[in-house]
Structure formats: C-alpha cells, structure tokens
Design a protein. Structure first.
Lengths: 313, 313, 313, 313
C-alpha cells in the first residue's frame, strides 16, 4: 500500500460551470467526473488538494547549502508554516505587489498526507502518504528583514503556494528529478537523491511534534538557483512522473499608505534573492537591484546552468 | 457593529454526550443548546472556535522587550504561524514530552476574526472581529535552536495553543488587563495599553499580505515573565471582561529513538526560557537548569512580581 | 444587530488567478480583496458562502399550494436536505443529464446563518442570521418517483443549488419581492409576505431539532409556476434588495448503462413538473411531454403570468 | 487496493486532555497518537470520521420489507440525507426530547468514502472506500407525519447518527453479519448478504447523481425489528469484523412552548415505530402506546427473535 508502488494514479480538479470537480486526462482532453469533457488547454484548474496545514523545510538540497556557504552535515532540518490561504492553482497568477521587486521562485516537491500522521516511524511514512504534487514555494524577499525567520510575510502571502496540476501516487519519488523553468529556460535542476533529509525522514521528524491530517502537505525544499521573476514571466516546476506546474507572474497594487509595514530591500534580502549572482552583479552596481538582475539574467542563467552551484572554496 | 461595543456576549462550547455543542452560563451551571444543563465545574470544554489559521506576534509588550534588552521603538512587528492542530481547550492538558524541560507559558489575548479580512484599514478592524478569548502561547524552548525563528517545533506542537473558555464580544479590549497565574500565584500582569502595536494595527498589518477568515485567530503577544512550568502545575490566563483559561501540565512520553531530531538545551534556549532569572540563577549554577529554576521559583516569582521588569541599563 | 437593519452590506466571492477571493462592486467593476479590479461581466463567481447544511422547505407560498390544490392552513412546514455538493455559483451551469427532460427552476430566497443556532426563539432569529442570497432549488423531476419524498435524486444532484451573486445583510427581507425569469421572460413573482411560514418561523422550527452553523443556509420555498427549462435557457432569480442570480442550462451525458437506476417519467412526475399546465397540455397529448410544454411555453407563460395561480374551486 | 482485502486496519479517535486525537487498541488500553496510553473503558470517543454528507437508504433488507408488507423485487433504492450535525460518538448519548415517545434504533453498516466518487462503476466502488463502521440510524417517529418522506425531523436531529467505535478496512464486509442489542438482549440480526442492493450497488447508484467526498458516509439500511428504546436503555450495534457501537438513551427537555411545531403520534407513526408488534399490542389497547410496548417488550423481543420476520401472506 506504499505510495511509491505502481500503478500510477492521478487526481486533478477543475472549476467548470460554477463548481469544482474531479477529472482525468484523456489525450488532450479532460473527462470531468460528471461525464462531460473539455479541452485540457482551456481548463481552469483548482488545487488538487486543499491542505489545512502546509509545512515547508527551510533548506534541504546540498546545492542550495553550497550556494549560501552553509554546512548541513551535522545539522537538522528546520521548518516554517504557510497559512492555507497561500494555496494557488496550476495556471494561477503569482501576484507581485507594486512595492516589491524580489519575488523569487523555488521549485519543490510537495508530499501529500493520506492518513493522519503522528509519531510515524520513518519506514511507515510511505504508507501514510496519498501522493505527490509539484509546488512553488514563492517568496517576496522584500520582507526578508521583517520576518524574524518565520517567512510569514515573505512566503505566507495569499497565493504564494501554487500546487498541481495533479496529485499523483504510484511513482517512486526517490528516483525522480526536479526542474524549474522561467519563460522556457531551465533555471533549476536536481535529483531527489540530492536531498539532505529524505522525504520519509522529514515526515517522521515533523510528526514527532505535530499531527498531519489527510490533505496536509509538506514542501520538501528547493535546490540552488532560486531567483527573482517579474510580471509577464511564466514559471514552471516539473517533477518527473508527477507533472508540470505552470504559473504566471502579474503585478498587483501596492497597499494604500499606512496599511501595514512597508516592504524594504536590504543587502541581506538582496543576497538571499539573488544568491550567488549577487557577487557578480555588484561588481557593476552597488548595491545591485532586481532590475539589474533582470537585464542580465539571460546570460547569468545560461552560465549558472552550465557551471552548477559555486563551490564555497 | 464594532466588537468593542456592548452588550457583552459569550460563546462557549462543550463536549457532552458524544457531541460538541454550544452553551451559556447560568450561575454555576451551563445551559446546553439542546436545553439540558450541567454543572459548570464538570464541563468538558471544546475550543470556542476552530481556527484554520493561527498567527502569533513574536514580541509586542514593552516589558518583554525590556526583559530581553530589545528596542522596539523604530521597528515593526514580526509574526509566526501555529498549525491548527495546536488548538487546545479550557481545562485541557499541556503535554511536556519526557525529553523536554523548558515548557513555558505565555499569557495572551487572542483576537478572533468574524468576517473575511484582507487589506482592511486599521479603523475598520473592530468591525471585522467576532470577539476575543484568552490564549496561552505555549512553547517548548528545548527546540529553540532547531527552529530558525519559525517557532514550529517550539510552539507549533499539538495542543500548544489552548484558547477559551469563551469567545466574547462587546468588551472594550483596549482597556482590559491581562494576568497569568501558576498554581494560583500571579506570574504575569499587563494592560493592553502597554502593547507596542495595538490589536487593530496588528490585524491591518497582517491582512495587508494574508486573508484571514471567520474563526481565524491572532495571538497578540505576551508581557514579560514567561517562565517554565512543570508536570503537575496549573496555568491560568485571565483577561479582564473576557474570562480565565485554565490548563494543566502533564508529562508525555519521549519519542522512540530515531523518531525525529532530539530536543537540546543550550545557553540560548535557557536564556529565553528563564528570561531575566537566568542571570540570577547562574550565580549559583553554570549553566542553570529548569530544575534549578523550579526549586527557586517561589521566591523568584514573588520578587519579580514586586519589582517589575528589570531596566536594561 | 438584526440582519434586517441598515446599512446594506454585500459579500461577493470570485475565482480569479487561481484563487477564490472576496470582492466589492464599484460601478461596472469588482474590486478584489487584494486590491486589483476586474470587469464585473468577466467575473467568474464562486458561491458567496459554503454551507455544510442546506435545508429546504417543501412548500411555503400560498400560490404554489393553490396550484397543486393543497390546503396549508392547519399544517406545518416540512423540509428536506440537499448535500453540500449541490452548491453552485452565479453564472454557473445547470447540467441536465441527457436522459432527463423535466429539469425545473424554483426561484427562492436563501437565509444564511451567521451564528450557531439551536433552540432559537422566533424573535431572536434575525439576530443570528448573516444575511440573504438568491437561490434556485433546481430539480430533475424525472426522478420524482424514485425519491420517496426526500428529493435526493430530484434536487440533491451536483450543482442543483446555485446561490448568489452576493450575501446581503441590512435589508428588510420581509418587505422584499421575488421574481424568476427564463430567457428574459418573467415566470414567477411573489412577495415574501405571501409565505405561509415566515423566515423567522422556519428557522425557529428547524433549530428546535437541528443545530445550524455559520454559513449554513435555509431555502425558504418557491411560489407557483415552477416549470421545466431546457439546454440553452438562461434562468434568473431576482430578490429585491438582494440581487439577481443567473444560471445557464446545458446538457450533460447520460450515465453509462448499468450505472445506477434510470430516470423515469410518470404522470405524477409530469404533473409536478408541469403544474397547472399539465391539464391544458393533455387536452392535445396524452400524456404531454416536456417537449410539448417547450413548444407551447411562450403562450402558456404569458397567459399564466397574466392570470395568476388557478383557483382550486 | 480494495477495502475488502486484508490486512485489517483500524482508526479510532478519542477526546483526551482537551483535544481529539487518533489512537490504536493494545489489549485493554488505547495507545494515543502522542504516545500516551489510557484504559479503553475510560476513553471518551470521538466519531472516527467527520462526514460532510450522510446518505441513508430508506429500505434495503428483505426482512424489513417483509415486516411492512412491501415488495422490493422490481424496485429501486430510495435515499434521504442526515445533516452532519447528526453525527454522534461511540458511548455518546441519544437524547429523547421529553415530548417524544417513539425513539427507535436501527442498527446499520456505514460505508466510508476514501476517494472522491462520482460516476463510479459498481466494480470500482471497493477501491474508493476507506472502510466501514457501525452506525445507528436513530429516529424519533413522533415526527413521522411532519416530514413528508425526507426524515429530517425524524432522523436528522442532533446526535441521531452515532458511528464507531472505529473505521475499519481490510474486512470482507459482504460476508459480515449485523446484530443489535438493547440492554444486552439481541433485537436485530441479519447477514449483509440479505441486503436487496449490495453496498457497491448503492454507492454506484448514489454517485450517478452526487459526488461523495473523503469521509462522507452511506448508511446501508437496517433489517427488521427496529423498535422504540427508552431513557436508561443501552443500545449496541455490532458488525462482525468491524466493531460494536454502544450508546445510551437519556431524556432531554421538551422545547419551550411555541418553539417549532409539536411532536404528534398517529397510527401511522405508531405503525412504523412498533412494526409487526403494533398488531399484537392493539389487541389489548387501541391505540397502543410506546409505554405499552415498553411493558411488554421483553416477551415480544424474545418471541420475535425466535420467530423471525412475519410472512406477509
């Protein structure tokens, strides 16, 4: 009954005719649960599950640790929580408020809980999961310095957790690879085997303290090369055997004056948002801005994807 | 329609005869919604609301800033999230795992959302709230160093957010006072007016980014003198006009070996858990432990409650 | 704090950019909770509330009693329940399965619960409601004879309870009027004052037995002249001061052979679906079908709207 | 992945220390999900699942059809819905309002949905279920004549759907037997094979029209010999391989005058509540009351259990 064992199975959900309903893929069409069919390209997706709790690991791929010069060897995973209102859909919009510039993608795999989990042994985790889906742990690093580590302003905003297109079981996720694309250009690539803590290890660790319930999800970390995206961009997160999650960046209004504390950009937030490109960019500009990154990103991405994460020397 | 305006109104919920139902107080009895009545002292309380999202402010009372030598004057509030599984009831148990020693109380006021809030102006906040209840932002500081600021291990554990006994509206919370008691001895006392950021300011700030929905709650911070409690202790959080939340500390088992990363106690976690008593205690013991604190706490509490928070000089 | 007292207030919800969010009307645009605005005519509505329990009264307007020759004077209201999966949206589709012909509209007012109700006195009902919305108690009378009174097959099907466009409070619903339109032609008209049992009376009666919770709805009955509609038709339910709910009838596939018990049309189901027109139609055809009604309905509707409900003589 | 295939698995939930949590049986103790253990006899059970939709079949065992002289051979199943507020727990109370006398038990098997079901083929049903639990389709037949077939007043009252003690999978329910006991005396007995429509057939039929979602339940009918129970009685529903659900009948207050329409007892309601005993009892009393039944029930039950359902001749 392990979630890793075949056959592969999918659950998709779409909003159609005023209601959310399940559906299945049939060629280039979706067969809705009520028997009707629609063109897949026209589908208005809903999230495949509606989690109450969303737990995210701060850091779990070696390449991201390398990029930031961190040593995870002797450590432990740390987590934060996104509110359920962060959930978004395949083809949904990522809204960058007008007073923000550092909206970063983070391609991730989400593990979806199938049966209530508390105190679950590592070897029993696979039997408690319902499946996996693609996720984007979107963050507005403009709020990096006003979050004290919890990531609530940065990553908890409405719509900052798109998942989809499908909940998939029957795939050995341990052998899968993850890739992220911006406007068709590959920007992240990693194998699940590069995770510092395996998905089973994360779930056993979290549920030592916290009950996870059916539909809850755990985002399992992003590899190196999270970078800002901009209104007009398309971001895609692909997980082998699971699917490809597509989202579009749009601009939203800044909040009216005096409505909450303002976004601020500091060297720290720039350093996190731009990663190892911060050093390269600041040769020209001090400090570099998101717009400097945007102007140079075609070349930077190409070079980075060719070289891999910088060694910390 | 402001939540601050009279008349005062209460909503309580109890588990009785296999079901959760509403009730109202009538002398020393509760009149259940189905017309039956029970002795209040025998009631098995359920949480007055079932929030999907629980947002907590890290630091909001001047006295706590003073205790830790922090300057909030020019700053902004920071927040973290507890999962919904942290909710606990009036008279519920606070379970301290056997491998933990630093389980701290933090008496707080919880604001309960009545209507969906996003982008709400400060002056409109009172009109969107359903009421207030007492809360205890319980934390196991043994995990302080493995949380990277998110407080998920420390404060997100199952049952670490007792609320109750009632959801109350029609009280001007801005004029209320907050007190916490351990085994009948007063351990925290503050006026809501001592908050750095008012409840309306917090809600306007959070909902700049995040939609809060009916039943969601915001914990608004604790004053100075959060300290460890121990199995056998009773903790009470009293808010004037709102009620008095009672909880009992019990010991739970440690997790089986290899089930997640272990609790650890460091100077940092001891410093947070013991607050300004850390300095006093380490004159005798280096480092002091929770048990040292326990042995001395009667005198420490009496002295602290008499003196107020230490000036930081 | 009565739901009847001004000021008038609206809550609308739309699916936009992958998420459901609240919004408010501003001229011909909707201002979304995140500050963006869209053309109202392009909006993809979500239901204004998501009830767990939907209670419907079988019969509550004198004119419908007259149409069916029933005497309600000495009686009591009777109710049935739709599952929550019946909820549909403003502008959503009403799907008529290919093996059905008798899909009827029933324009109604839905009362929306604001605070948990059990054992509520009639005079306290208005203080427990959140507001009102338009509803269509859609039914496929092809299943009339296979329901034994519960209406589950007839009226409980997915999407057979559209509500919207808004949840509205601050309107004295007791003075409102209800109208239904098919393809722009008025087909039902009644004043709320024609209800046999007032909305407060219904709610006090139901909650004698059953707890209603925030967001739950009660559909309060339809006046005379419920009739079949057909794929391609547009049905609108308008409640004065509350709004106008628009839905489109489309055809869905019949279930595959052997998947459940078949739709059947009998004199009884035809008699209910065609109401007082049954007698007129059967002069020509015995028995008349939905298609006979469709061919004649322009004239029948015009005559019926002019004459009012037949006296039972 | 069929719910019928071993190994057998249980999910139980209890309210303990202010929270609902999962647990498993270990001898005469329950091991809670947080690692603590309690005596099973002291456990305060919560329902094993929290359904949004509860569908019940009116009539599905041949013996009950025989008792009421009904012919199901050429027919179809009919259903009604209980609101979610009817759910009650193992060891919960069945509250008989003081103005009611005809509170009947109906021992049943509840099928619990595991994956969203719509348009599911009969042969795929077992793969969509999460398991089974015992249920009691409690009804107050005093409202029989004021329900018009929907059973909402009769069977939809708060707490009139106890389920438990456990959700069980891995048992071939088609080979199970069902028994009901009142105060230890057996009052109903049937094999699942006596159902007119199999569980798979019911689910395929219902989901032709209606989406069922994870946690939703279908009550699959009761065999003959549903009878009234009285305050002080204990009712037990046992399903082989699934468990034994225990509930206690208590008296609740009548509603205050003028709060809803009154309970009434008629020959029809007596006939349904007393079943084939109605004829026997009315030899002495015309009409017989619930109290007449109560006085005679020891003998009546013994005789009925020995004879089986009366032939209708």
């Amino acid at each position: 009954m392990s979630v890793l064992d075949p056959p592969r199975r999918e659950l998709r959900r779409v909003t159609h005719g005023g209601r959310i309903q399940g559906c299945r893929v049939d060629g280039d069409r979706l067969i809705l649960d009520d028997g009707r069919s629609i063109h897949e390209v026209d589908a208005l997706y809903a999230p495949p599950v509606e989690p109450a709790t969303i737990v995210c690991v701060h850091l779990n791929y070696r390449s991201r640790a390398v990029e930031f010069g961190l040593d995870l060897a002797a450590g432990h995973p740390t987590y934060f929580v996104k509110p359920a209102t962060a959930i978004n859909s395949h083809r949904g919009q990522l809204v960058r408020p007008a007073d923000c510039t550092l909206l970063n993608y983070e391609g991730e795999i989400a593990a979806v809980v199938g049966r209530t989990m508390r105190g679950v042994r590592r070897e029993d985790v696979w039997d408690h999961l319902a499946g996996f889906t693609c996720a984007n742990d979107v963050g507005a690093h403009d709020f990096r310095d006003t979050d004290a580590g919890s990531m609530l302003r940065v990553k908890g905003q409405d719509g900052f957790c798109p998942i989809g297109p499908a909940l998939v079981s029957g795939v050995d996720i341990r052998r899968a690879g993850l890739r992220t694309y911006v406007n068709g250009q590959k920007v992240q690539e990693a194998a699940v085997s590069e995770m510092v803590w395996g998905i089973d290890e994360l779930l056993a660790d979290i549920t030592r303290h916290i009950s996870l319930r059916p539909g809850d999800i755990v985002l399992t970390g992003t590899p190196w090369h999270s970078r800002p995206v901009f209104p007009g961009d398309t971001v895609e997160v692909e997980v082998e055997g699971i699917g490809r999650l597509v989202n579009h960046v749009v601009e939203g209004p800044a909040p009216p004056p005096g409505r909450g504390f303002p976004a601020t950009v500091t060297k720290t937030s720039l350093g996190v948002a731009l990663g190892s490109d911060y050093r390269a960019l600041k040769r020209d500009k001090e400090p570099p801005t998101a717009e400097h990154y945007r102007a140079a990103r075609g070349d930077l991405i190409a070079r980075n994807m060719a070289s891999g994460p910088p060694s910390k020397e």
